[in-house]
Design a binder for this molecule. Structure first.
Ligand SMILES: [Fe+2]
Ligand SMILES: [Fe+2]
Length: 256
């Protein structure tokens, strides 16, 4: 064992090995963004020039990551469901509840998309992220509802039989209190014309965590077709204000 290896902890050595293997996987060098390291509890980013020096003759990845499922040239929302969303059963269950309850297509679509922030991107503030991703492509009622469910989830509404979720008590502890920005967004939402659309996300959300429920994306393809303005150029290549978010999801390890 050399001096360098002796100084490293086991997990640091595992990280180094993983990184070395990762770099050998492809002709292109794959790196992690700062955010991925933050999630591992590290405020750091690899030094590009040092990596290049350690990999003579190689270049950084500037496109598709060969370890991930390939995406078509002009990806649709359905392609992202299939190839980039880490889990879809919760979204499909929630939308299925809304469908069975004969809600409007806007409510069904809002349920189908309400947690894409979590499924594809990041947990923190997922309602805001998810709404931003879909905003250019859906009716404002749908994106408003997705954004606002983030706040409404924490507040009961007895008029529709929605209690504070037991799951949140189990997940966050009985003494968890929503932050002031969540409270402010809830208060702003209460008298908004789309309040009930967002509230219906919450209502159809609470029964949607059954790992064995049978759900099918095909049931929603037509509703998506009628209510999601799929750009001809493909999601990510249409120059909308959120196109870059879809591109990042497509190419999460692109160097720049
Ligand atoms: Fe959510
Ligand atoms: Fe949810």
């Amino acid at each position: 064992m050399n001096e360098h290896a002796k100084l490293l902890t086991l997990s640091e050595r595992a990280d180094e090995l993983e990184e070395a293997m990762m770099h050998q996987l492809t002709e292109r060098i794959i790196t992690k963004s700062a955010l991925f390291n933050l999630a591992d509890g590290k405020v750091e980013i690899e030094n590009g020039q040092a990596i290049l020096a350690a990999n003579p003759g190689k270049y950084f990845l500037m496109g598709a990551d060969p370890r991930l499922p390939p995406m078509p040239e002009k990806p649709t929302l359905i392609d992202f469901f299939k190839a980039r969303f880490a889990t879809t059963s919760h979204l499909l269950q929630s939308a299925t509840h809304a469908l069975k309850a004969s809600h409007s297509e806007k409510v069904i679509l809002a349920c189908l998309l309400h947690d894409i922030g979590v499924a594809s991107f990041i947990r923190c503030d997922h309602g805001y992220w998810g709404a931003q991703m879909i905003e250019p492509y859906v009716d404002e009622e749908v994106s408003w509802a997705v954004r606002t469910h983030q706040a409404l989830r924490f507040f009961p509404d007895s008029s529709v039989g929605y209690d504070y979720p037991q799951m949140y008590i189990d997940n966050f502890g009985a003494d968890y209190k929503p932050e002031p920005y969540i409270v402010r967004d809830y208060e702003r939402a209460r008298n908004h014309k789309y309040y009930m659309t967002s509230r219906m996300i919450c209502v159809n959300d609470i029964y949607s965590f059954d790992p064995n429920a049978k759900v099918n994306l095909d049931d929603f393809v037509d509703i998506v077709g009628r209510n999601f303005r799929q750009p001809e150029e493909g999601l990510g290549f249409d120059d909308s204000p959120s196109a870059h978010m879809w591109r990042t999801l497509m190419w999460p390890t692109r160097f720049l």
